[in-house]
Design a protein around this ligand. Structure first.
Ligand code: ADP
Ligand code: MG
Length: 150
């Protein structure tokens, strides 16, 4: 699918956010600057608006590795694992051993194997146009058929 603009990206993130529930996991795959954090920002802001909360800043967790959002009891864990090069470091983060009743959004998930069933893999690529991206989505578990609705 071609994502024509930021507005279009927002629309897609909205469809996905309407379907999100705890224990979901979203993998965001693609080069630096392609839009992984931007997608996450739209997604989180949409969830906040839906729940009548003010949209907050959603920054890239490049250095912190993790930013958490509590959206009226719905907990979002936004990871950026770009700097993680070894599985040992990953184990220390305890992504899947701590609180499983959260939504996990993970940039650079290359080293990860998730035990969670409901997973969405989003692949982003550049196109020749500045504000356009190519997006491929693979859904697992509850997301399997949802992919066709986007
Ligand atoms: N259609 C689009 N989808 C996603 N990002 C876009 C799009 N058009 C322009 N952009 C811009 O591309 C940049 C993506 O940066 P960012 O989300 O930080 O990338 P990443 O997290 O993948 O490194 C942002 O400046 C964003 O405004
Ligand atoms: Mg990013």
């Amino acid at each position: 699918m071609i994502v024509k603009s930021l507005d279009h990206l927002n629309l897609i993130s909205k469809k996905i956010s309407n379907h999100l529930s705890k224990r979901d996991c979203i993998f965001l795959i693609g080069e630096i600057g392609v839009g992984k954090t931007t997608f996450t920002r739209h997604l989180i802001n949409n969830l906040q608006k839906d729940r009548k909360l003010k949209a907050t800043e959603v920054l890239s967790p490049t250095f912190n590795l993790l930013y958490e959002y509590d959206i009226k009891g719905l907990k979002i864990m936004h990871y950026d694992l770009y700097r993680i090069k070894e599985r040992k470091e990953l184990d220390n983060l305890g992504i899947f051993s701590d609180d499983l009743d959260t939504i996990k959004i993970i940039e650079w998930p290359d080293l990860i194997k998730t035990p969670l069933e409901d997973k969405l893999e989003i692949y982003l690529n550049y196109t020749k146009k500045d504000n356009e991206r190519e997006m491929k989505i693979a859904g697992f578990g509850k997301w399997k058929n949802f992919v066709n609705e986007i």
